[in-house]
Design a protein around this ligand. Structure first.
Ligand SMILES: NC(=O)c1ccc[n+]([C@@H]2O[C@H](COP(=O)([O-])OP(=O)(O)OC[C@H]3O[C@@H](n4cnc5c(N)ncnc54)[C@H](OP(=O)(O)O)[C@@H]3O)[C@@H](O)[C@H]2O)c1
Length: 245
């Protein structure tokens, strides 16, 4: 049993208002106190009794910095878990991708999670326990046409997670800190809704499970990975993709 009593464990979920973040929030609400993040007020439709909401546009480093300060000040005594889920893709050939779009993907998908991990690691180093799960993507490993920057940010999250887990061990003699990443395949959310049907059909042929994933498929796995039952799963990347190749 970790040092923060189970009934008091607080979990931050970024991008909790829709898609994977919403499904993860619903699943975790049975067991934890939640800190639900969205890019702006109004995007969390239901906070739920005993839970909290925090807002920040992660494309703006100033808002990320304020968010991290608030997180530490208001929840630093009881933060147990972080699910870095918020993310965007702007699909385009790199040749035609303007720098502001590159910066936006880097800031939302990589810099914000790095700064949130930094804050969480400071907290966890004191409590000597905690779990960070960074939501990567299968394309972080395979690459994907017209997603060069997106894929690079997602590969970055895998390396970040593995490195931080090793760092936690180096800095803390006795600790129960775990850091890992999860790489979903093709999951039905707003992010994939915009893909043309012909493209979707092509993806489907590459999935041995013969269906696209549901947000709940990811939420179930996150719930397990966060729990003490997964205490030996650390410094690794978990693929949840129906076997896509
Ligand atoms: N769907 C898939 O097939 C798939 C596959 C692999 C990986 N993923 C990853 O899974 C995560 C969730 O994706 P999803 O499919 O649920 O996408 P989604 O439905 O498009 O939701 C994106 C989430 O990111 C948040 N977000 C976007 N821009 C933001 C900003 N500037 N600042 C702060 N938050 C921002 C959104 O919050 P607001 O609504 O408040 O703006 C929203 O909650 C992402 O990291 C994505 O890369 C998804």
């Amino acid at each position: 049993m970790s040092i923060i009593a189970k009934q008091k464990r607080k979990i931050l979920i970024t991008g909790a208002g829709r898609g994977l973040g919403l499904a993860i929030s619903k699943k975790l609400s049975e067991e934890y106190i939640l800190i639900l993040h969205a890019s702006k007020e109004g995007n969390i439709k239901s906070i739920g009794e005993g839970n909290y909401a925090l807002y920040a546009d992660f494309s703006d480093p100033v808002q990320v910095s304020d968010f991290c300060k608030k997180l530490k000040k208001e929840h630093g005594d009881s933060l147990y878990g972080v699910i870095n889920n918020a993310g965007i893709t702007i699909d385009k050939s790199l040749i035609f991708q303007p720098e502001h779009e590159i910066d936006r993907m880097l800031n939302v998908n990589l810099k914000a999670p790095i700064m949130i991990c930094k804050t969480a690691m400071k907290i966890f180093t004191l409590s000597k326990c905690g779990v960070i799960i960074n939501i990567s993507s299968c394309v972080g490993e395979t690459g994907n046409e017209f997603q060069s920057v997106y894929a690079a940010t997602k590969a970055g999250l895998v390396a970040l997670s593995k490195s931080l887990a090793q760092e936690a061990a180096a800095l803390n003699e006795e600790h129960q800190i775990r850091v890992l990443s999860v790489s979903p395949g093709f999951i039905e959310t707003d992010m994939t809704n915009a893909i043309p049907q012909a493209e979707k059909d092509k993806y489907l042929q590459k999935i041995p499970s013969k269906r696209f994933g549901k947000a709940e498929d990811i939420a179930e796995a996150i719930s397990f990975l966060l729990s003490d039952k997964a205490s030996y799963i650390n410094s690794t990347n978990i693929q949840i993709n129906g076997g896509i190749r």
